[in-house]
Design a binder for this molecule. Sequence first.
Ligand code: FES
Length: 148
Amino acid sequence: MSTTVQPKCKGTCPAQTIASASTPLAPDQPAPCEMRCAGGALELVRLCAISDIPRSRIKAVDIGQLTLAVYNVDGEFFVTDNRCTHGEASLADGMLEDDVIECALHGGAFNVRTGEVVYRPCTKPLRTYKVIVEAGDIFVDLQQTAQD
Ligand code: FES
């Protein structure tokens, strides 16, 4: 006899956190999640086609209640939160130079590979996401960072 183990949500997915924040849940009630990741089991989310983002360009993509920024760095793709950690600014409106995104609002900057702050006034790192490119499409794993 086999036993099926239901995966439990790790509670680390930002979309899950946002989706459940507006609805109080009983302690044993599974949280609803728009991302349908099967409770923490990996389900990659398609963001766009690689042809949608020319070299050195950025595209903002809405996924559930998240907005992500997708960067093309010389044919390599990286994904971060789109919102600058310093304020209410869309990083997709910023300037991408090599692997550094400069925020259009105050000129702070982050490395899109690691999320590390490159220039102040930003002090808090940017969240990154694991990217998988397959068959001409860009997918993201919301449960993992680029370093996982
Ligand atoms: Fe991005 Fe201030 S909002 S640097």
